[in-house]
Design a protein around this ligand. Structure first.
Ligand SMILES: [Zn+2]
Length: 149
C-alpha cells in the first residue's frame, strides 16, 4: 500500500440506512489508507444523469477532479472511488422517477462509468448496493472490489 494512494467514498446522506457501518464492517476501509467521504442526498446517482441533474452532476464532477489535485495520482498511482447505492433513495423524487431495484443498481453503475470516463482511467472504480439483511445492512458488490466480499 502506497502513502500516495487515497480513496473516495461516494454515498447517500440518508441516515436511516447505516451504510457507513457496513463499509467498516465489510472492510472497505483499507488499513492505513487516506480517504475522503463525499456524502449528499442521492450523490451516488448524480453522475448517472449529467443532463437531468446538471447542477449536482457538475458539483460532484468538480469534487472528483479537485480531489485528484489534492492527492495527486503520482505516476502509476491510482485513486480508488467507491460508489454506494441503496433501495428507495428519496432523491429520485427530483428526477422524478420511481426506479426498481435493478434500475437503481444500473444508475450506480452508470455513475461508475462516468467516473472512469472523467478520470481517463486514473481511478479504480467500485460500486456497491446496500441492502437490509435482517437488522443489518449488507453491501452487495456491483462492480470491482479491492476486498473480497
Ligand atoms: Zn438515498
Amino acid at each position: 500500500m502506497d502513502e500516495h494512494d487515497s480513496d473516495v467514498f461516494i454515498l447517500c446522506a440518508d441516515h436511516r440506512i447505516h451504510i457507513w457501518s457496513a463499509v467498516k464492517r465489510q472492510g472497505l476501509l483499507l488499513p492505513g489508507r487516506k480517504f475522503d467521504k463525499l456524502s449528499g442526498y442521492g450523490v451516488q446517482i448524480y453522475l448517472a444523469y449529467p443532463r437531468e441533474l446538471e447542477r449536482d452532476y457538475n458539483w460532484i464532477a468538480h469534487q472528483l477532479r479537485f480531489g485528484t489535485k489534492t492527492f495527486p495520482p503520482v505516476v502509476n498511482r491510482k485513486k480508488r472511488v467507491v460508489l454506494i447505492g441503496h433501495r428507495k433513495c428519496g432523491y429520485y423524487s427530483n428526477i422524478p422517477k420511481r426506479p426498481s431495484e435493478d434500475e437503481e443498481k444500473d444508475d450506480v453503475l452508470r455513475s461508475a462509468e462516468t467516473v472512469s470516463r472523467l478520470s481517463h482511467g486514473t481511478m479504480d472504480v467500485e460500486a456497491y448496493y446496500a441492502i437490509r439483511d435482517g437488522g443489518e445492512v449488507f453491501l452487495e458488490t456491483l462492480l470491482g472490489s479491492a476486498i473480497n466480499v
